[in-house]
Design a protein around this ligand. Structure first.
Ligand code: LMR
Length: 392
């Protein structure tokens, strides 16, 4: 019977890690999976996290189970950053739970949606490939709309059209900030409109906030989530600490549910707890405990915010350098300058993607998505020359 299983392709994004590692060229460039790199090309552990981890080792007196909801101190400490300092629980309407990374949060959110009787998820195209993959695995239909218009802004007409055609039993999955893979985000005015469209269409919003602080800033990047939540009766928010706490492999995330009536919250969240138990029982503790210790300490919080701001600034500088290159070979790099977060798409053909790898040792997704933080003062000129070469 096991022998009947069909061969599955390796995850295309994660496969890039091995592909890049196995290239012997010293001047190869990794613009594949979304990890931040410093100007020296490193992905160090945050200073604030290192300090919190030292505290954790010194102070943690037990590793006994916490329960399917994980570390609620961590879950609650994040809430003012996501939902605003004024009333982070929105009058008792929001509660969360810890999950293994943003992927764990999305998995739970979509499984809850399925349990609640939704059968279709409206998703922009392109999106992070795992969005559609999780929907498919759960038997949720995906209804796609075009995310980016030809002029490089968001395709609001396509979104309006998708919501106009929404049916009972539809949810919509939107990127809160730093759209992955395009870097093309909704403006605040667009979020204002989207909030009303979601309310009118009665679809359930699922907001994926995986890059807070890496677009325009911590507060600015929360605008869309807060705006939608202020308008609608119910929502799910999927949060990742992979990038903005640099905790990638420690798998740190959270799922938040907002309901109309606080009296329903315990019942709704009990579904998240039951699904977690059936999937992974309880989330890994270490990274979330470190985040809790950072957020409980004023000095460590300030240090963490500085570290996030520095990442954001460095990626802005890389974007500015690419944009300054303007028309390069057959592509225009200018739009990258006004896009946000870790990723942008350069419209390479499949052959050009292969040539970038084989001829120049530059690795990025087949979609043409580049992780901008992989570019440094030491390699950006080589990258731009390679783009000019293969697209000429
Ligand atoms: C990415 O898109 O590269 C990141 O979100 C990492 C991942 O898990 O795919």
């Amino acid at each position: 019977m096991l022998n009947d299983l069909k061969q599955q392709p390796a995850d295309a994004l994660l496969a890039l890690i091995k592909l890049h590692n196995s290239d012997p060229r010293a001047d190869k460039i990794d613009l594949g999976v979304g990890v931040y790199r410093t100007g020296q090309g490193d992905t160090p552990v945050f200073g604030a996290i290192k300090a919190a981890e030292a505290k954790l080792v010194a102070e943690q007196d037990s590793k006994a189970y916490l329960g399917p909801e994980g570390d609620m101190g961590f879950v609650e400490a994040l809430m003012p950053y996501i939902f605003g300092k004024q009333d982070p629980a929105m009058g008792g309407r929001i509660e969360g739970m810890q999950t293994p990374g943003g992927t764990g949060s999305l998995r739970l959110a979509l499984a809850m949606v399925k349990r609640a009787g939704y059968n279709r998820v409206i998703v922009g195209k392109p999106s992070w490939p795992n969005h559609n993959q999780i929907c498919a695995d759960l038997g949720l239909e995906v209804f796609e709309f075009n995310h980016a218009a030809a002029d490089g802004s968001t395709d609001m007409d396509a979104l309006r059209g998708a919501l106009g055609q929404a049916q009972a039993g539809d949810a919509i999955l939107l990127h809160g900030c730093c759209h992955n893979p395009t870097g093309i985000d909704y403006t605040n005015a667009e979020w204002d409109e989207i909030a009303g469209l979601i309310l009118d269409s009665k679809v359930l919003p699922i907001l994926d906030l995986a890059y807070q602080g890496l677009g325009q800033g911590m507060e600015e990047d929360a605008y869309g989530v807060r705006r939608v939540l202020a308008a609608v009766p119910e929502a799910l928010v999927c949060y990742s600490c992979d990038k903005n706490f640099g905790l990638y492999r420690d798998r740190v995330g959270a799922l938040y549910a907002m309901v109309a009536d606080p009296a329903d919250l315990t019942r709704v969240m009990s579904n998240g707890h039951a699904l977690a138990r059936a999937n992974w029982s309880q989330p890994p503790d270490h990274g979330a405990a470190a985040v809790r210790l950072v957020l409980a300490d004023e000095a460590l919080t300030a240090q963490w915010l500085d570290e996030v701001a520095e990442m954001c600034e460095r990626m802005r500088q890389v974007r500015a350098t690419l944009a300054a290159a303007g028309k390069t070979g057959g592509v225009d790099l200018t739009p990258i300058g006004s896009q946000n977060g870790m990723f942008s798409i350069i419209p390479f053909t499949p052959e050009q993607v292969q040539e970038m790898r084989s001829k120049h040792g530059v690795y990025f997704a087949a979609s043409g998505r580049i992780a901008v933080a992989g570019l440094t003062a030491a390699n950006i000129d080589k990258f731009i020359a390679a783009v000019a070469d293969v697209t000429a």
